[in-house]
Design a protein around this ligand. Structure first.
Ligand code: ZN
Length: 221
């Protein structure tokens, strides 16, 4: 009786038929330890677009808990998302309210740049030598030597970054609040001269730092 339910006339299994427990156990045992890399992909394709049950989703969550993607796969994920469900195609799109600098600073490329800076400087502040140790954690920032806002081409250049502890970072002219003040001041100035004045300032700073770092600081403050 049972056989008719899951085998056709030729004796092969009917697609989709539910097999009795005994046969399923046998199959399970014979397949134990065999790697079938395509199966996962096939299951994934079969389930694509279908709503998963609550328990299925819970199990998926448990299986991935605490796992981290490698940088290689993160790069791939980042690249694969280009043009897909991003921007105005995404259902979370709110009309482009995220400023460009925010999306850059949360990007993978930026995170990798920051990590590279920290590793090069051995997670130590290059100004005061502060470093995290047991029981003493130091908040480190990756600072752009030439400002993030003014030099878009140098945002991900390794030589343009340095590790600073937060107190030291706050002392820089380009630290967030200082930079906003500076931009506001520039904005209030007559429009024709603003661009020229900022570039000449930077050029002046460059020359001064070559002659001696301290003088340029004194001039700025
Ligand atoms: Zn420091």
């Amino acid at each position: 009786m049972e056989e008719q339910n899951y085998r056709n006339k030729n004796g092969t299994f009917i697609k989709g038929a539910v097999l009795p427990e005994s046969i399923r156990n046998k199959m399970s045992k014979s397949h134990l330890g065999i790697k079938r890399p395509l199966v996962g992909i096939k299951i994934g394709l079969a389930l694509k677009g279908k709503k998963k049950s609550e328990s299925h989703r819970l199990n998926m969550r448990k299986a991935n808990l605490g796992k981290k993607h490698s940088i290689e796969s993160r790069k791939k994920m980042s690249l694969s998302r280009i043009g897909k469900r991003t921007g105005d195609k995404c259902n979370f799109w709110k009309g482009g309210i995220t400023p460009i600098h925010t999306s850059i600073r949360t990007s993978l490329q930026y995170k990798l740049w920051r990590k590279a800076i920290f590793e090069r400087d051995d997670y130590t502040c290059v100004w005061c030598g502060a470093k995290s140790s047991k029981g003493n954690s130091v908040m480190l920032n990756a600072d752009h030597i030439k400002p993030f806002a003014e030099y878009p081409d140098l945002r991900f250049v390794l030589d343009n970054g340095r590790t600073l502890c937060e107190p030291c970072h706050k002392k820089t002219d380009t630290y967030a609040k200082h930079a906003i003040k500076k931009i506001k001041l520039d904005y209030e100035k007559p429009t024709n001269k603003t661009k020229k004045s900022t570039t000449s300032k930077v050029r002046g700073g460059k020359i001064h730092t070559r002659r001696g770092g301290k003088t340029s600081k004194e001039n700025k403050s």
